[in-house]
Design a protein around this ligand. Structure first.
Ligand code: NAD
Length: 493
């Protein structure tokens, strides 16, 4: 490629680039051609401590900064992100392997829209509320460790950082060690927007290293993690030592359920499209397509035809639909699931474990469709995190609901029906945090998050802002409180 790898030796701490103590570096690869993009420091306990101390030191002033000024900062941030959107998208294409179109729209475009939405929401958020004779305050939760994955890195970082800053918290961000480069740009941009030193810090390193150091730090009050269930369990158990608040956005094994009266073609097309988004590396991916048994074969044929038409290849080519997976390890994991699906008796209709044509270098796999998948098979149960769709027949709606809910996860789902009321009735019964009905689009204002092992808490919308607040009630004497009725008066002791 003729690019020279970048050598980074610093973290963004207290408003400046501070040399890391690390002697070890982490290689950051371009997953589309396996070339070395950068070497970044594997943050040490000392690095994490300095960052957390920086955030702790900046907390009192930032928490006392008037909301108007915090909102003004976020508005400047949204503007500056937009100014540098092309550069951010280029970095995300390089480190994630996301096709340029996906990087510009779903990765950076959505991140900017989400940032702007929080500025509007904060202006109307009830930071103070009168309830009877009490004044209920929403105060900053304190120092936040924002730990993020590599798949949609900028959006998922801003989904934590922006509401945390609006709530008056200070932040240490630890991006995934696989994709840290966008975080350096984000640090630069926050400084360009005039954020005081220490309010936002970035420490790069592994999960078990810098990530765990932050979780255990006495200076960190709240850990907000987006990642795997494995990391969620580890973080929750480490945080339990100090009874520290945790907010977990974890994996999903989401079902797209086509009810018997639905128009099959658009439902299948949207499901295949969503399954392929970001090469299947999305927590809200619909990895299972549930169809009435008598329409299974028709759905399978449609899905296989569509999956075969997607272009896999160079993410810098605007005509590419799917880029590579993030790493060699990820590709091996996905290939293992594909082999397992065949061994367990599912029918492989499209794709498979081999490299797509012309993709000898890079961590590519082909969009893969299995039909005749039974609920007991591993590909129907576990999060694959690659472009693999399992088509599953069901007999009636009760069985569809049982299959849809029969995983350890509960993040997302979809329902398709000719009757909106029927679709809504089904969606209300699903045990998940969010459901798209007949292709209803993602909404940055709506809370997002999971139940069961998909996590604890919500991001986006007013609930996403409330996650970064602590609640305090001030009980005012009844004489000065606004008139309270006899029932409330009876509660006063
Ligand atoms: P991961 O769990 O390996 O890593 C996520 C982040 O956690 C990284 O920054 C990592 O360094 C850190 N980490 C790992 N172990 C840690 C530990 N013990 N202590 C502290 N930090 C630790 O996940 P990944 O491979 O980067 O991302 C893929 C996973 O993320 C998938 O399961 C996907 O479903 C999930 N995800 C969820 C959402 C959501 O909103 N629910 C969004 C995107 C991705």
């Amino acid at each position: 490629m003729g690019r020279s790898a970048q050598l980074v030796q610093s973290h963004w701490i207290d408003g400046d680039w501070r040399l890391s103590e690390a002697v070890e570096g982490i290689d950051v690869l371009d997953p589309s051609d396996e070339s070395l993009l950068a070497i970044v420091p594997a943050g040490t306990p000392g690095d994490a401590r300095r960052a957390a101390q920086g955030a702790r030191g900046a907390l009192p002033r930032w928490a006392a900064t008037p909301l108007k000024q915090r909102i003004a900062f976020v508005e400047r941030l949204a503007g500056r992100l937009a100014d540098r959107a092309d550069e951010l998208a280029e970095v995300i294409t390089a480190e994630v392997g996301a096709p340029v179109t996906v990087a510009r729209q779903a990765q950076v475009g959505l991140a900017i829209a989400m940032t702007a939405s929080f500025a509007d929401l904060a202006a109307g958020f009830a930071f103070e509320q009168r309830v009877g004779n009490s004044l209920v305050l929403k105060e900053p939760a304190g120092v936040v460790a924002a730990i993020t994955p590599w798949n949609v890195p900028l959006l998922l970082a801003l989904q934590k950082v922006v509401p945390a800053l609006l709530a008056g918290c200070t932040v240490v961000h630890k991006p995934s060690e696989l994709t840290p480069l966008h975080a350096y740009l984000l640090a630069e941009i926050t400084a360009e927007c005039g954020l005081p030193p220490g309010v936002f810090n970035v420490v790069v390193g592994t999960g078990e290293g810098a990530g765990a150091d932050l979780v255990r730090s006495p200076h960190v009050d709240l850990v907000s993690l987006t990642g795997s269930v494995r990391a969620g369990r580890q973080v929750a158990s480490m945080a339990a030592g100090r009874v520290k608040r945790v907010h977990l956005e974890l994996g999903g094994k989401n079902a797209s359920v086509v009810l018997e009266d639905a128009d099959l073609r658009p439902a299948v097309a949207a499901t295949v499209d969503q399954m392929c988004f970001n090469s299947g590396q999305a927590c809200l991916q619909w990895s299972r397509l549930l169809v009435p048994a008598d329409r299974h074969d028709e759905a399978a044929e449609l899905a296989a035809g569509l999956a075969g038409s997607y272009r896999v290849g160079d993410p810098r080519d605007p005509s590419t639909d799917l880029g590579p997976l993030i790493s060699d390890q990820a590709r091996e994991r996905v290939r293992g699931y594909i082999r397992g699906g065949v061994e367990e008796g599912a029918r492989l209709l499209a794709g498979g474990g081999g490299a797509p044509e012309g993709c000898e270098r890079g961590f590519f796999v082909r969009p893969t469709v299995f039909s005749g998948v039974r609920d007991t098979m591993t590909i129907a149960k576990e999060e694959i995190f690659g472009p693999v769709l399992s088509i599953m027949p069901y007999r009636d709606e009760e069985e569809a609901l049982r299959i849809a809910d029969d995983t350890a996860y509960g993040l997302h789902g979809a329902v398709w029906s000719a009757d909106l009321d029927r679709a809504q009735a089904f969606a209300r019964r699903m045990r998940v945090g969010q459901v798209d009905i007949n292709g209803g689009p993602f909404n940055v204002l709506a809370p997002f998050g999971g139940v069961k092992q998909s996590g604890i808490g919500r991001e986006c919308g007013l609930e996403g802002l409330a996650e970064f607040c602590e609640t305090k009630s001030l009980q005012l004497p009844l004489e000065v409180a606004e008139p309270v009725g006899p029932r409330l008066r009876a509660h006063a002791i």
